[in-house]
Design a protein around this ligand. Structure first.
Ligand SMILES: NC(=O)c1ccc[n+]([C@@H]2O[C@H](COP(=O)([O-])OP(=O)(O)OC[C@H]3O[C@@H](n4cnc5c(N)ncnc54)[C@H](OP(=O)(O)O)[C@@H]3O)[C@@H](O)[C@H]2O)c1
Length: 235
């Protein structure tokens, strides 16, 4: 199990993607389209992570709690010397997260919201009442390098699993903080240029700036391809 000795956590991104590179349909109605095996893979990765992170639209678009799942995964965590439950991190620039999202209804582990000064005072109070910590990490944009340093130092997060969506992933890729990408390729086509992909924010405008990875492993299971990419350099 790889962790970073640096001041940042070792960051993994895990996503399921159609053969045409989409992570949901354009209307966001379908985002769960991979196999039960892929879901197990997600839980296996969660069982290696100190914290699991997702963007506001991912958290409020589906009934997810970002937790370790069934007891056998909690047992694996304990065998690895981790706490039974992972920390949960939600990212929201404006604080627009649905206050009734499922994630807030499960109190098994701390919930940390990373946000910015854009959040107005009323909303900030609402979020503070729901989450264990609301951390302001920038004026208009989140400084992910500072946020991740803080997660490592304050919360001892050595392995951080980022579960999307595309907008959040893009920012973490751009910050040069993704060490490993777990991508499950599913034999479906969603089409539509408005459908989200694994990295959808501002992106890189020239090749030299692009983040670079190499294939670490690729394994076909059933009808899906489970791939792992590792970053070739670190800034
Ligand atoms: N197939 C898969 O493996 C998979 C995995 C995850 C998600 N999905 C799907 O992907 C879709 C969601 O993806 P998405 O790209 O639309 O949303 P997302 O990245 O989950 O969330 C976007 C929101 O997160 C916050 N955010 C993102 N980047 C930020 C940054 N750099 N700084 C501060 N806040 C940031 C913002 O919240 P505020 O608006 O509150 O500021 C933004 O509106 C859903 O349909 C979901 O089900 C699929």
């Amino acid at each position: 199990m790889k962790t970073n000795k640096s001041k940042f956590p070792f960051v993994l991104v895990n996503m399921a993607m159609t053969a045409d590179g989409k992570i949901a349909t354009a209307n966001r109605a379908v985002s769960s389209f991979a196999s039960a095996r892929d879901h197990e893979h997600l839980l296996e990765l969660r069982a290696t992570a100190d914290a699991v992170m997702a963007g506001a639209r991912t958290v409020d678009s589906a009934p997810i709690n970002l937790g370790p799942g069934p007891a056998r995964y909690r047992k694996k965590r304990l065998q690895r010397g981790l706490g039974a439950y992972n920390l949960r991190v939600i990212v929201s620039r404006s604080g627009s997260i649905n206050l009734r999202a499922q994630v807030f209804q499960h109190r098994f582990s701390p919930i940390i919201i990373l946000t910015t000064r854009r959040v107005d005072a009323r909303r900030l109070k609402q979020l503070q009442a729901l989450a264990d910590v609301v951390k302001i990490c920038g004026r208009n944009e989140i400084n992910f390098r500072a946020a991740f340093r803080w997660l490592r130092k304050r919360w001892r997060v050595k392995r951080l699993l980022c579960e999307g969506g595309g907008e959040l992933n893009d920012a973490v890729f751009r910050a040069g903080l993704v060490d490993e990408l777990h991508l499950t390729l599913c034999p479906k086509i969603f089409g539509d240029r408005r459908a989200p992909t694994i990295a959808d924010g501002r992106g890189f405008s020239h090749l030299a700036a692009a983040e670079r990875f190499r294939i670490k492993s690729a394994r076909r299971i059933g009808d899906e391809l489970f791939t792992v990419f590792e970053r070739t350099s670190r800034t």
